[in-house]
Design a protein around this ligand. Sequence first.
Ligand SMILES: Cc1ncc(COP(=O)(O)O)c(C=O)c1O
Length: 390
Amino acid sequence: MKSSLMSNYGSPDLEFDHGKGCYLFTADGDQYLDFAMGIAVNCLGHCHPALVDALTRQAGKLWHTSNLYRISQAERLARRLTDLTFADRVFFSNSGTEAVECGFKMIRRYQHNKGRHKRKRIIALSESFHGRTLAPIAASANPLHMEGFLVGDAGFDQVSFGDGAAMAAAITEDTAGIVIEPIQGEGGIRIASKEYLQQLRDICNSHDLLLMFDEVQCGLARAGSLFAYQQSGITPDILASAKGLGGGFPIGACLSSNKAAAAMVAGTHGSTFGGNPLASAVANAVLDEITAPGFMDEINSRANYLHQRLQELVERFPDLLQDITGAGLMIGINCKVNNSELMAALTTQRLLSVKAGNNSIRFLPPLNVSQNEIDEALTIFESVLKNWQP
Ligand SMILES: Cc1ncc(COP(=O)(O)O)c(C=O)c1O
């Protein structure tokens, strides 16, 4: 049947009817083990009872009022996020790209407020991904995402990921701030070292630039700590979050220090839907689960097991796999065979994964994945590798 949807997603033919925990089911009853989780979104699996409960309770009470009025669910969520992080202030959006966009606006507005009107440029990293609205595509400068969309110079520069000297050299009197994913996702999973993040922090401090971390993918316990930056001890001025925050319900957040937020006075930014009662109620329920005592330890013990077992497969199949990267349950498998073909073979065997740059695939299981589900995924992966026909 001809689709009326735009062709920007190609034409996927696999469709799911319902989901439970780590599994998705087609209308015919075929069961798939989901290690894609809506690209790191369904952080507690499909239809987690506590999230269904929070959603349905709030749905019967109040969905949306707009930010013309106080929203106690959003205030509670913001308070919990600031209590748990470096941040003093939060802006809620509906997606990751909007959370990033808010951060970019804050960086420029901060400098503007200081009377440094030339300081508008933001430096991003090679192979980064910050979303699909106009500013984020200009930041990442991926030709595939950018071509035909931009007008003139959008005010972003790019330097090589991990190269502190190149970053220092790239700062000019027009630079306003730096944006980095502490763990790159779409470009292939790459971790910024603590030393590199410290270099960026030092550069920002010495030029009074704002440092922004994009944790849309690696945040919300995905990498083994509530936010990835907390493992490095290097604190940003601004942090973009989304994906796992709503466990599948659309919500994003831009977290910031008081210093970075000071220029965002009434009227400077907004969103009709951002932080509405329904989205905020679900995100509060996500936080209840993720911050429960012992939850993070469980993630890390499962993640260690999965990393170890994948490492064994790399050693057993050195012609097919290059290496394993990532942290926590954000895992990249760099391939020697074509990543699309490997992903397709896994899908045929009913294991869902996600492609990324650098010829890799990602395993992004739910944070509450069980040992049995990990073993099941590893059995499928091993059999696909064993039977691999070039
Ligand atoms: C690091 C990062 N930033 C921003 C985005 C954009 O998020 P969204 O697709 O919700 O707009 C993504 C999405 O994959 C991402 O991985």
